[in-house]
Design a protein around this ligand. Structure first.
Ligand code: NAD
Ligand code: MN
Length: 362
């Protein structure tokens, strides 16, 4: 049976806590199902490495990562390192050269959990946000001049290319076409941002013609935030720029119950390079070391990773198990429960055993 090689990069804050929980659950799943194998290799690239050596990544990091089938990432960010250094030093330093241009962020209200929206029940909120992961304000163009002068100037140039927009738009429409509702909302800000965002609108129209089965609507990003709150059931797939989707997806996670459940995939859809899977949340230093980090985002991240590797059934099974555990009220504080990271992890392992342990394995 197949063996997949996984590079794990737990990095900072609660990253190591949730990645270790995720690996525990994955190992339990693999040993119980017995139909495929996962081989993990750990890389201790983090803000501590940076503070010791001045670098997040060794020079051959990308060559090393290319030998793996997938990357499981925790979170990066430390209180004593500026966030732009940690983000560009580790996460973006991997995503961008490995051409992981499609960032996929599914969100839903799990059985047993509660959305902060009064009338929103399981099933009313079931979205997938497709975030462009290589361009926009994150393209690395811009700079500062006349430092500390009254006329100091800083620019963050928002870069969009036809190639970049077409590939993410096509990926988003393909994603929408595979979902039951076949509905997509193209989010822009083409009233104010009259160059890049007008290109998005135009390419959305062109790509829409290739997908007659997909129902399309268009929304400005500010109006989209209100629609997410007031009419969550009207939304299915969303495609938006790097920055817009970053913001919308944190809102989405909160509306679904907690940032502690939301997963992200950074995909290279060409499969030339390994893709990277991580929880949406950051390193959460306010709760680091307390043993209360919600591991569910990492479990769902593991689900997305398994599906990308071709282990669809195992992925679906794991998500089902995690939802069952939530439904039984075994949840961390951010979801209104009182369980620890370890208790949720053990409950998920027990449920895997109960559901799939059967006669053959133990
Ligand atoms: P954060 O996601 O780390 O935390 C926001 C809030 O949500 C905190 O109150 C935190 O306790 C809570 N939270 C987050 N994850 C949780 C979990 N699994 N269980 C329970 N509660 C959880 O965002 P922040 O505070 O804005 O950023 C902290 C650091 O993380 C910064 O350095 C930031 O740059 C970094 N960051 C990294 C990533 C990434 O690695 N992809 C993403 C976002 C933020
Ligand atoms: Mn974010």
């Amino acid at each position: 049976h197949p063996t997949y090689r996984i590079a794990s990069i737990p990095a900072d804050g609660i990253g190591p806590e949730v990645i270790s929980a995720g690996i525990t659950v994955l190992k339990k799943l693999v040993s119980t199902l017995g139909s495929f194998d996962l081989q993990f290799e750990n890389f201790d690239w983090s803000s501590d490495t940076y503070k010791k050596t001045g670098k997040y990544l060794p020079d051959d990091a990308l060559q090393t990562l290319k030998k793996f089938d997938a990357i499981l990432f925790g979170a990066v960010g430390a209180p004593d390192v500026p966030d732009y250094i940690s983000l560009w030093g580790l996460r973006l330093a991997i995503c961008q050269p490995l051409q992981q241009y499609a960032n996929v962020r599914p969100t839903k209200v799990f059985r047993g959990t509660q959305s902060p929206l009064r009338n929103c029940r399981t099933g009313d909120l079931d979205w997938v946000i497709i975030r462009e992961n290589s361009e926009g304000e994150y393209a690395g163009h811009g700079g500062r001049s006349h430092i500390n002068q009254p006329w100091e100037t800083a620019t963050e140039v928002s870069v969009f290319t036809r190639h970049g927009v077409e590939r993410i738009m096509r990926f988003a429409f393909e994603t929408a076409a595979k979902r039951p509702r076949k509905h997509i909302t193209v989010v822009t800000k083409s009233n104010a941002q009259r160059n890049g965002m007008v290109l998005w609108d135009q390419i959305a129209k062109e790509v829409a013609r290739e997908f007659p089965e997909v129902d399309v609507d268009k929304m400005l990003v500010d109006a989209m935030t209100t629609r997410m709150v007031l009419k969550p059931e009207s939304i299915d797939t969303i495609v938006a720029t790097n920055l817009h989707a970053d913001i919308l997806s944190d809102l989405a996670a909160a509306l679904a119950g907690s940032i502690g459940i939301a997963p992200t995939s950074n995909l290279d859809p060409t499969r030339e390079n390994p893709s990277m899977f991580e929880p949406v949340h950051g390193s959460a230093f306010d709760i680091t070391g307390m043993g209360i980090a919600n591991p569910v985002a990492t479990f769902w991240t593991a689900v997305e990773m398994l599906k990308w590797l071709g282990e669809e059934k195992a992925g679906d099974a794991l998500l089902e198990v995690v939802e069952n555990v939530c439904e039984r009220g075994i949840m961390t504080k951010d979801l209104g429960g009182s369980a620890t990271t370890l208790e949720v992890t053990n409950a998920v392992c027990d449920e895997i055993q109960r559901k799939f342990g059967g006669k053959s394995s133990g």
